[in-house]
Design a protein around this ligand. Structure first.
Ligand SMILES: [Zn+2]
Length: 197
């Protein structure tokens, strides 16, 4: 089917997103264009606004609109406890339960020699510096995948010569699963049962 170029471009944009196949991309584009124009404009405005306003927190690398994210700037959060996660979405899951009062550090990935991801590609140096400056405990909450385990091990070793307590989320998390797919109860148990490294 020949499509107008602008429509083809819109479909391509959706298709570039993770988990969106060609058919879904088409369906989304056609849906948007067949609804009231307001929906399309709202989406366009939201995308532009997020693009312009969202940056990374200079302390933990979570998404933020200011220099510090809402968690880092909250006085009631315990900044001496740092929970290390791979992605900003992992924070949402931890926060959903409301049982964690420490802070976070987002690595934006995990070590993967096969894919050429080394420590210098993640925010590990900033974590080490942060931890050495004021942390009592670093909770290594990277995934249980090979990459997640390797990342936790690397950070554990980097902090070996300090007095900082290093803990890892307890097992009970299904092997190979990512934090974002866990229910709150499993995650809460894993946090409570975290083990000394
Ligand atoms: Zn932050």
């Amino acid at each position: 089917m020949m499509l107008p170029p602008s429509l083809e471009q819109l479909i391509q944009c959706f298709h570039r997103l993770p988990g969106i196949g060609k058919k879904t991309a088409r369906r989304l584009a056609f849906h948007l264009l067949s609804t009231e124009g307001a929906t399309t404009l709202l989406l366009a405005d939201a995308l532009r606004e997020a693009h312009e306003k969202i940056r990374l927190c200079t302390n933990c690398f979570n998404f933020a609109e200011a220099i510090l994210c809402p968690i880092c700037s909250a006085p009631q959060r315990d900044s001496a406890i740092i929970c290390v996660v791979e992605k900003p979405t992992d924070i949402l899951n931890m926060e959903a339960g409301g049982f964690y009062n420490g802070t976070y550090h987002v690595l934006h990935g995990a070590l993967s020699p096969l894919e050429g991801v080394g420590p210098e590609h993640l925010h590990i140096a900033e974590l080490i510096q942060r931890a050495k400056t004021y942390a009592h405990e670093v909770i290594l909450a990277t995934g249980s995948s090979t990459e997640g385990e390797a990342t936790a091990l690397y950070i554990d070793r980097a902090l070996k010569d300090t007095n900082i307590k290093r803990t890892r989320l307890a097992r009970g998390i299904p092997a190979g699963s990512e934090l974002e797919y866990l229910d709150e109860i499993t995650l809460r148990r894993a946090l409570e049962g975290r083990i000394h490294l």
